[in-house]
Ligand binder design. Structure first.
Ligand SMILES: [Fe+2]
Length: 246
């Protein structure tokens, strides 16, 4: 579903616009004019629906050059091996998340806990994948007319890769599960979620000008997204915890 001239929503579950499988995250497709960047890959339970969405917007899977995974949670990354196979794209991740994605025993262990908790269906598996490119904080990702800055913003997880830059004349942030509509965050009691690192990440975002926010869940914010950043930062600045997603 086209959201702006160059940005499409390729997937979105019930914690969002409900476009594709209920457990999918928001997956964003960015058109550089010379190839596409797919941000996150969904939960791997209905890849065909996502492929249909991409085709409905007039795009070809073979034009996806980069698959950027924001973090190694199943709703964002279990579909990675499928979309790597289908596109030939290069998998881009930060070092921490690449480490988790490459550690199948760790993925199996954490998935068993999530299934036990009823968050994923019985028999669900999260296949890992090796990253083709590990990016550092501040590194640029260039494709066609796009130049996006990679921001590693830990807190929701130990890594957390966000993309920031100019798209369609606006300063946009692809935020993964770091920040959402309404100034919400997504703090978890999992092995690599961290409140104080989260605080640092959100306060750091305040130093950027953000017009539009494309998050991993809920709806996007197409203008005045600075206010969303400020709301979360205000919560941390008063030594409180901003409202969380779940
Ligand atoms: Fe997540």
């Amino acid at each position: 579903m086209k959201v702006t001239r160059s940005i499409s929503l390729a997937a979105s579950g019930d914690n969002g616009l409900g476009l594709t499988h209920p457990l999918d995250c928001n997956a964003w497709l960015i058109d550089s004019g010379e190839g596409l960047i797919l941000v996150d890959a969904g939960v791997n339970l209905d890849n065909l629906r996502i492929e249909e969405e991409i085709a409905a917007d007039g795009y070809r899977l073979s034009d996806i050059r980069y698959l950027v995974v924001t973090h190694a949670h199943a709703d964002h990354a279990a579909g990675v091996p499928h979309f790597l196979r289908r596109t030939g794209a290069r998998l881009v991740a930060d070092a921490h998340e690449a480490g988790v994605l490459g550690d199948q025993p760790l993925l199996d262990r954490t998935m068993a806990e999530y299934i036990e908790a009823g968050l994923y269906p019985e028999g669900f598996s999260f296949p890992g994948a090796p990253a083709g490119q590990i990016v550092r904080d501040g590194e640029r990702l260039r494709l066609g007319r796009l130049e996006l800055t990679c921001l590693v913003l830990p807190g929701h997880t130990g890594g957390g890769l966000c993309l920031y830059g100019r798209v369609d004349g606006k300063q946009v942030l692809f935020a993964g599960d770091v920040l959402f509509f309404g100034g919400r965050i997504n703090l978890l009691s999992t092995f690599d979620s961290d409140l104080l690192r989260y605080r640092e990440s959100i306060l750091r975002l305040e130093g950027l000008s953000v017009d539009a926010l494309f998050p991993g869940h809920l709806q996007p914010v197409l203008n005045r997204a600075d206010r969303v950043v400020r709301k979360a930062a205000d919560g941390f600045r008063s030594f409180s915890i901003p409202p969380t997603l779940l």
